[in-house]
Design a protein around this ligand. Structure first.
Ligand code: ZN
Length: 76
């Protein structure tokens, strides 16, 4: 007997709180393992985004800056 994994009636194993078993299809799931994997993916994604942002900011800082006297004279 099989069922859609999204709608499995997961039951917690009394001996292992991280171990879940489906009542219908006897599929097993370890909550901690899946959490660690998703957390790792999120951390890697955040690190990539930060690296891109820092790289863009570094490029902007190295670009030549206009003189402050020129920008103040534009207001009047
Ligand atoms: Zn199931």
């Amino acid at each position: 007997m099989s069922c859609n994994q999204l709608y499995c009636p997961w039951v917690q194993d009394s001996r292992d709180p991280d171990h879940y078993v489906c009542l219908k299809c006897d599929r097993e799931r370890y909550i901690n393992q899946s959490n660690n994997l998703s957390m790792l993916l999120i951390v890697v994604a955040i690190a990539l985004i930060l690296a891109l942002l820092v790289g863009c900011a570094g490029k902007q800082e190295t670009s030549p800056i206009e003189s402050p006297n020129h920008s103040s004279s534009v207001k009047f």
